[in-house]
Design a binder for this molecule. Sequence first.
Ligand SMILES: Nc1ncnc2c1ncn2[C@@H]1O[C@H](COP(=O)(O)OP(=O)(O)O)[C@@H](O)[C@H]1O
Ligand SMILES: [Mg+2]
Length: 249
Amino acid sequence: MPVSKKAKKPKVSSADTKGPRVSSGIPGLDRRIGGGFIRGSVNLLSGGAGTGKTIFALQFLQDGIQKGELGLFISMEEDLSELKEDAKSFGWDFDRYEQQGKVKFMYFYPYDLSDFQSQLISEITKTGATRVVIDSTSVFGMALEDEYEVRKQLYAFASQLKRLKCTTILTSEIVGEPSLSASSSLSRFGVEEFVSDSVITLYYAGLGGENDRALRIIKMRRTNQDKGVIPFKIGTKGIEVLSKEKNYK
Ligand SMILES: Nc1ncnc2c1ncn2[C@@H]1O[C@H](COP(=O)(O)OP(=O)(O)O)[C@@H](O)[C@H]1O
Ligand SMILES: [Mg+2]
């Protein structure tokens, strides 16, 4: 019996093409990014100082812990106790989680990158972390003199993280005036956006008030993401995406 061309086409469900997703932990964001970050992807969060990158990243780990996913936070801040103390204002007790072995905070000395990768890989393997945060990519720039070397390292690094199947957030601080313009720089080294599966940029006008903060999903692999400017606030429970309809006309 002849089979029509139509019947021959393999049926692929949307779940198959989109892959499993990992919640961002940010209320209101997942539905705008196809259900969350792609499991095992490297995701770039970029923005100027004070735009909320660190809070976003901590919230992502906090969400993972609630769902039984272990976390690893790599920081360039020497004083990790202060960071964890600040997180308590949102109700996130990372000291307790760390004692329980659910998360690990690590400081990396920015001038010594020689074994940054191998150390990180061994930490991921040792802890069994599936959610990883690198806050921020400046660690690469401080340790490496030439930009070509930074790009090469970032590329190798991202590939390795993907092989380990960790869902990763890389933060990148944009130097200079943050801008809503799509043509402006997306990252510290101008290469992070190419090694990442998704890019989210954060903005802060610094004027006070609810419509002061916004984010944009610049790209996300395998996702028909929301393309517009998405307002958010930093409230008592962390970052929360606001409904555009109500807040942006
Ligand atoms: N408990 C809080 N409630 C509301 N806003 C906060 C709170 N803690 C910090 N912020 C705001 O978060 C911003 C800093 O966020 P952070 O994630 O550290 O930024 P980045 O890492 O991008 O420099 C500051 O603008 C500050 O006003
Ligand atoms: Mg920060």
